[in-house]
Design a protein around this ligand. Sequence first.
Ligand SMILES: *Cc1c(COP(=O)(O)O)cnc(C)c1O
Length: 389
Amino acid sequence: MDLSHIINELGENRDQYFNAIAPPIWQASNFSFKDVESFSNAFEDERNDYIYSRGINPTTDILRKKLAALEGSEDCLLFSSGAAAIFAGVLANVKAGDHIVSVKNPYSSAKKMFDAILPRFNITVTYIDGRQAGDWQEATRDNTVLYYLESPNSWTYELQPLAEIARLAKEKNIITFIDNTYCTPVYQNVVELGIDIAMQTATKYIGGHSDTLGGVLCGTNVMMKKIFDTEFMTIGSGLQPFNGWLLLRGLRTLPMRLERINQTTTQMIRFLESHEAIQRLIFPFHPSFDQYDLAKKQMKAALGLVTIVIKNKKRSAIIKFCESLQHFLMAVSWGGHESLVIPRCAFVKENVYDEENESHRHIRLYFGLEDPDYLIKDLQNALSQSASV
Ligand SMILES: *Cc1c(COP(=O)(O)O)cnc(C)c1O
């Protein structure tokens, strides 16, 4: 389907709201019916009607239709956050005694669910490197029901060969779930590659303005109905109308923002790779990346996030670098208009910091929508400040 059609027209019934270009925020908890029959029919599949906004709401429904089409899937469910989407999508597909195989460093809230919540219900998780399809084969047990993927990861960008793993999973009747936040469906079609459930957090690129959270699950009609009827409706963590409206507004400019960030990233990489203070950079589309070929094959682009290691190994040098930046804000998250920096050592206290452990020295940069030269000057200055620590 044409991206422009999805973003500008699909799912919008403007003649129902005075031909307003931007849809209203239907700030309503419930919707009334004229007769018992239509009231009763609405409950046959609550995804198809407006009954109560814990289920489907007209504002969020426009976004839902667009995001399903963007992912190339039959249906989509929207959540109040990416974490809520992960929780509902996984929980709906496991029961006591089941086993999950997961990439070793999934997003923190997924890891917390695997380590602190699911074991209470006798659901076990095996973490694997996951870069080879054989890793998945080996870790699979008779009671394995779900493969949890995240490709690329959002700090060190490990990939999984998605088509191969999806094929393996289908043979074994195992559900595949992927966190596709890094690429978005614009740059990685996971449904096409055979993945069953595609998750992304709308908080990042879809929102794009750092002003709302949101989470997305896409998959078949059958899978989405299953999740909707159980976890979605009972946890009650669906996306609220105003947040849906903000995300819809963000979506209008998604492809052009991604394009801009893609171009900026290319420029920043060129600057960083040749800078004398940089020891190494980690980026899926950089020839030094150990899964470069797979990245090129599986993803249409790599952008936004780059992890660097500076030559000066001192924790104080990393701190000096981060604190010298004027235009990269120090913050979690990414995908907004503003460039960001986050040093791993913020989570590794001084007494634990080991300069021989490269991961302690990781600094993740996110490039926003600013002028690349403006950002390069800032990096240039911060790098020279840190070199002399
Ligand atoms: C931010 C993030 C999430 C969680 O999304 P929230 O909207 O913050 O709950 C999940 N996965 C990845 C890769 C993320 O970056």
